[in-house]
Design a protein around this ligand. Sequence first.
Ligand code: ADP
Length: 265
Amino acid sequence: GQPCDKELRFVASGPDEALALIRDVTERKLGERAKDAFIATVSHELRTPVTSIRGSLSLLEHGMVGPLPEEALEMVRISRTNTERLLLVINDILDLEKLSAGQLDLSLRPVEPARVMKTAAESIRGMAAQAGVEVVVGDCAGAPVLADEARVIQVLNNLLSNAIKFSPRGARVDLSAEPGACGRLRLCVTDRGPGIAPEHHARVFERFHQVDASDSRERGGTGLGLAIVKSIVEEHGGVVGLDSAPGRGSKFWFELPCAGAAVKP
Ligand code: ADP
């Protein structure tokens, strides 16, 4: 009869719908995880042969196997540069995979901000010189942060190399520190490049997002750098942000918990 039907429908549609929804999400998540794991496996398998190719090309380029005609040498150089680019992409993908699987082991210690700022600026000096950009490290009287030093340097490197890539020749890039929210320290990388329109501010931190499709061709890059920055910073219990507008340069920043702070947000 009617009442029973209704009840049946209620029983059948209520919990079933909820169940279907749960199953749906689970399947999607399993699919995403399988895809991430597949990409990670392929990247891992590619790393060894690509590293070996780079080694051989490097030997050829440096004349270790005998002199090469200029034209052949130029081809070897191009191949070596592209192999290096490929390796960067592979390493970025592997880093992201570890981050999304929560397998990136951070070794958290009190880290002097002034020291990591100096180290990161030094390590990027060659690239800056080539681009005719001056990297200026500001004073930092900030308290130590609780962080994995090598990962903080990786984050700063990614932000500095973007800032340099997008700077006009002769421009300056500033690396500075200031107090952040909730007892955190904020590290900032400021450039005088083209700037970024507000609608792209959140999306530039997503994987593979590039504001301009020609960026990867002209400036090199994978669209993974900022996704890695965000994951590493969030893994530390920190936050990332961007102040920028077209024609006004960009200020990328991130905040890390201070070593003395009692509670992590
Ligand atoms: P990649 O630099 O490898 O393309 P990122 O994740 O580091 O990837 O950056 C994503 C995109 O964000 C870049 O392609 C570019 O469009 C934009 N972007 C990043 N940094 C800057 C910057 N300093 N100035 C202008 N645009 C930037």
